[in-house]
Design a protein around this ligand. Structure first.
Ligand SMILES: Cc1ncc(COP(=O)(O)O)c(C=O)c1O
Length: 350
């Protein structure tokens, strides 16, 4: 058997079965007179959810965030933004913020742990914006508690610095705070959310903020080639996600916590954070990355079970970590079954 029958890590059926997505999309657009309507509806719905005057569709979060930071920089007359060293812009975007937009990045804090208010107090260079990512994905999906989060925002407010939220996984973070999305988003001047991570859409992003900022963002979206007129299929897929998956985030988070509990009870692996803050968390395995990948491949071949795709390096060569995102697919795996599967992976290396 080499086909994947069941997948723990990949997102749910909407991702894996295009005909399911297309059927739902057909149902969702049949009442619309104009194909543009779903984009307008999506922007309105997200603006309302986030309590912002306006929200604007972008083809990618990469484009949306670079534009937001550029606007904050132009307004402040300073080109520098500060953020955790593992922020998406610096790590995964070929430094587009610098090459395309002439911005400078001043890291705050340490790559292995969460950003703190104390780290920000040590940033002495005047900056235009503070970027906060909720959760900090690269280190395992950690979230600061509410008091710490508001203290970080307070640092920026005291200095007249704009605050931008990388909310690629804001939907997944909300149950941790137990506050409405609008209350969390209300801390920030601009908020980016993703349409294809927890919402499992096709692709796409939305940037929300005040009228003047979003008017300005619309100009930059056009300059960068992001004003695509036929974005409605992406919007429809995201609207389906808002209806069906957004209400499930707390269930996914609780299942992540239960899976993490079973994993750590086995004593073979550990998890970060413990317990997880969001449906996304990391599992540390006492084996080299190549051995973990080989074991995962063997599980697909022998049992048709897919556990994880990418391993991440750890400081020690005989250790690695993998990321787990608990969504609809993972609901079909009991915590004990996941623990047994990971114990099997580890056994294969010994
Ligand atoms: C934390 C974070 N920010 C931003 C992005 C960029 O999103 P996009 O893929 O839509 O450009 C991602 C994508 O993985 C992300 O994980």
């Amino acid at each position: 058997m080499s086909e994947v029958q069941r997948s723990l890590g990949a997102y749910g059926p909407t991702r894996r079965r295009p005909h399911v997505v297309l059927r739902r999309m057909l149902d969702a657009v049949s009442a619309d007179a104009l194909p543009q309507d779903p984009v307008v509806r999506l922007e309105g719905r997200i603006a309302e959810l986030l309590g912002k005057p306006r929200a604007l569709f972008f083809p990618t979060g990469t484009m949306a965030q670079q534009v937001a930071l550029r606007i904050h920089a132009e307004r402040a007359g300073r080109r520098t933004f500060t953020a955790h060293p593992t922020n998406h812009l610096d790590l995964w975007e070929q430094r587009g913020y610098a090459v395309v937009h002439g911005l400078r990045f001043q890291p705050a804090g340490e790559p292995e742990r969460m950003l703190t208010r104390g780290d920000l107090d040590r940033v002495k260079e005047p900056v235009a914006a503070l970027l906060i990512e909720l959760p900090q994905r690269e280190i395992g999906g950690f979230l600061p508690d509410w008091a710490e989060l508001t203290a970080q925002v307070g640092w920026a407010r005291d200095r007249g610095v704009a605050v931008h939220l990388d909310g690629a996984r804001l939907w997944e973070s909300q149950p941790f705070y137990g506050r409405p999305h609008a209350e969390i988003a209300g801390l920030f001047d601009t908020v980016y959310v993703s349409l294809y991570k927890g919402l499992e859409g096709v692709r796409g992003a939305v940037l929300a903020g005040d009228d003047a900022t979003i008017d300005h963002a619309e100009i930059w979206r056009q300059r960068l080639g992001g004003a695509i007129p036929d974005a409605w299929p992406l919007a429809v897929a995201a609207l389906v996600g808002l209806d069906e998956l957004l209400p499930r985030m707390a269930v996914f988070r609780d299942h992540a916590v239960a899976i993490a509990g079973a994993l750590t009870a086995g004593g073979v692996v550990d998890v970060l954070p413990d317990p997880p803050h969001t449906p996304l968390f990391h599992i540390r395995l006492p084996m080299p990355a190549a051995a973990a990948e080989a074991a995962a491949k063997a599980l697909v071949e022998e049992q048709g079970v897919h556990l994880f795709t990418r391993t991440r390096p750890e400081s020690w060569p005989d250790r690695c970590r993998v990321e787990l995102m608990v969504a609809e697919n993972a609901m079909g795996f009991s915590p004990d079954e996941v623990a047994a599967l990971f114990a099997d992976v580890v056994r294969r290396a010994s």
